[in-house]
Design a protein around this ligand. Structure first.
Ligand code: ZN
Length: 167
């Protein structure tokens, strides 16, 4: 008797306990919605983005970590970093970064060394992307196939469902 009561009460909650998703604050205020790529450009004024990232947002943290280091390098040595492209290639992240500087600003430092440090920063980000889901940012792995992709288990299952459904 008690069991049947509990069951009916949980079924009742299942239907009526669900509330509609809250309206996001920016929609209520009628504000322009900035993409994560727009925010990236806004947050790193010392970095010259020729194009904004075309990757999934799962890699935002990795890209931001690289930008924090590049910005620090830029401020320390008075050089400008130009980000030509941030994209996915063969499943993992690619960042194409050039350095612009005037020799006299560098003083005793060699431009090649500073550029080497920048390329090390980029390489670290690219290596990290091998283990981070491009969609959601959780721990993932590289799945080979027709297309190489880095996904967590859940996003890979979702990807398989979509690609199978599309054919
Ligand atoms: Zn994921």
């Amino acid at each position: 008797m008690a069991d049947s009561l509990d069951l009916s009460s949980s079924a009742y909650k299942g239907v009526w306990g669900r509330s509609p998703p809250p309206v996001p604050t920016f929609e209520r205020k009628g504000m322009k919605v900035l993409s994560w790529q727009d925010k990236l450009e806004q947050d790193f004024p010392n970095i010259d983005f020729i194009t904004l990232p075309s990757t999934g947002q799962g890699w935002e943290t990795i890209i931001r970590q690289a930008c924090v280091k590049l910005q620090l390098l830029s401020q320390t040595f008075n050089v400008v970093f130009i980000v030509n492209q941030i994209k996915e290639k063969y499943g993992t992240l690619r960042m194409y970064v050039d350095m612009r500087c005037s020799e006299h600003d560098l003083g005793e430092y060699d431009a090649d060394i500073i550029d080497d440090i920048a390329q090390d920063i980029v390489a670290t980000a690219e290596t990290s992307s091998r283990y981070i889901c491009e969609v959601c940012g959780k721990f993932g792995q590289l799945y080979p196939g027709g297309w190489y992709i880095v996904r967590c288990k859940e996003c890979y299952e979702e990807y398989c469902k979509q690609t199978q459904g599309g054919t």
